[in-house]
Design a protein around this ligand. Sequence first.
Ligand code: PLP
Length: 379
Amino acid sequence: MKFNTKTIHGGQIHDKAYGSVMPPIYQTSTYAQSTPGGHKGYEYSRTHNPTRDALEKSFASIENGKYGLAFASGLAAIDAVIKLLQPGDEVISTNDLYGGSYRLFTKIFQNFGIKFHFVGMDKTSQIEDYITPATKLIWVETPTNPMMNVIDIEAVSKIAKDNELLLAVDNTFATPYLQQPLELGADIVMHSATKYLGGHSDVIMGALVVNDKDLADRLYFIQNASGAVCGPQDSFLVLRGIKTLHIRMQRHCENGKAVAHYLAKHPKIEKVYWPGFESHPNHDVAKKQMNDFGGMVSFVTKGNNYDEAIKIAENLKIFTLAESLGGVESLAGHPASMTHASIPKEEREKTGVVDALIRLSVGIEDEVDLIEDLKQAIG
Ligand SMILES: *Cc1c(COP(=O)(O)O)cnc(C)c1O
């Protein structure tokens, strides 16, 4: 089955009770048993719920994997992956990382004796310097947030295989429409389904997809034992979102490209970060592993003026100033005062998050209106 069909039919069967075409929202915590232990496959909704099961099958289908797991948030999904580890184990992670992932690693799991190394992975050879006998997992995020660095998943997967390490890829920014990490050798794909998979900024959810049965069993055990599951209503919303993922992504990519090119020609703009430009340092890798370049675009204004960047962010009318990304509506963020405000100025500037950096999640509105909005806001 092709991707554009999988988003609509992947893993989905019509309801057995009444033939409803859409999976019903099974808003129940428990299930009647005819005799102790005599049930129809469902006992308690932390463990299994039919609506969540349908979603988990959809996740697996669109990522070309065998087993899908749905969680209460993206961070709950990452939390489950790190719980595969034990005190003394080490993780090598991308250094340009979603702030919440960094916080979970350093402020929670480091306290339980797990060690994290944060490494620039656009040169994959740097990873090998950090491998010790205690290394168990490589954590990759690509493209990265907000600097749009692209990491060669296939090259990292070779290093992981040679050293018998697990490779997990946060595929939130790309989505399986653009990039399928399991096909490139990853063991685990993770999503904040809050973003493009849900696609409508109305739900918080996380996802994992794997191919290995033993790994799946360990993760299902953690999902049930730790209990960070999502509810049936949210499962329904994300299932509905996934049905249009391919057409939304197509438009996100078209509009992202138009916005990136407009900004690149603007006399008041110093630099535009978008992996579709040939001048992007990882453009060749992006071209190799992604089907298109996505709807995320960051830019810096000339003179790197903090107040001016704030003014642009405030002036935008169609782009809403808000955290998050991946919804049908366009959003703008100012990392230095929003998502990255807690990182000291010198630290964040080292990775490129300067005062005048603005990050756009380009939505699926009409391209003409989006460009008009940027024009009036930048002045
Ligand atoms: C938002 C996000 C997360 C965290 O997901 P939540 O659903 O907010 O818990 C993780 N990784 C990336 C890349 C994200 O954008």
